[in-house]
Design a binder for this molecule. Sequence first.
Ligand SMILES: C[S@@+](CC[C@H](N)C(=O)[O-])C[C@H]1O[C@@H](n2cnc3c(N)ncnc32)[C@H](O)[C@@H]1O
Length: 205
Amino acid sequence: MEEHRKRQRSLRRRAQWTFFRQWLRNPLAVAAISPSSPQLARRMIAELPTGATRVIELGGGTGVFTEALLAHGIEPRDLLVIELNEELHQHLKARFPYAHIACSDARELHAASEATGYCVDGPADAVISGLGLLSMSRVTQQAIVSAAFACLNPHGRLIQFTYGPSCPVSREVLNALGLEARRAKMAWWNVPPATVYVITRRSHP
Ligand SMILES: C[S@@+](CC[C@H](N)C(=O)[O-])C[C@H]1O[C@@H](n2cnc3c(N)ncnc32)[C@H](O)[C@@H]1O
């Protein structure tokens, strides 16, 4: 047991170091200096629709949300994780060998879900996003949010966190796509503190 704990601690430290190195290389794309906290992961998972079984994660990083989703009971075959950074993608593949893990831009979500075979079993109930949407242009935001909703069932939702004071998806993008946003809980113990937003189609609150 003590051996297992030591190994987990060492894996976590290595993951944090890998993440920090990727942030040094490309701070805008990685968008956070360290991985999200377990508290933020719990806040994101709490917003999954009741009975959700199929989930897509955007910007998996070192796998904080991936681990929480699997612990919540999402089956690896029902989980697709998208990560753009090659080193973090390799890390995720080694850590979660049974989930669908794709090295891809979130804008190409549909192609990634086809290439991995994820879409064969139908649309997802939720997309959980760790992407730094706030620092992206409106055009990129719209492409990513639109790609997410194209892979969701009609009642599906996008769960997104932000370090900012308001919804990270701009009002223009929400209006253009017929979406609305609800502010959920804050994770005060995250560094920096983060707020969770839930985005749904207007006709399905
Ligand atoms: C703020 S980090 C969050 C990582 C992890 N989910 C967490 O909460 O600790 C954002 C992650 O999104 C990835 N990323 C950035 N732009 C992306 C894109 N266009 N498509 C897919 N992944 C992207 C980055 O490489 C980084 O791992």
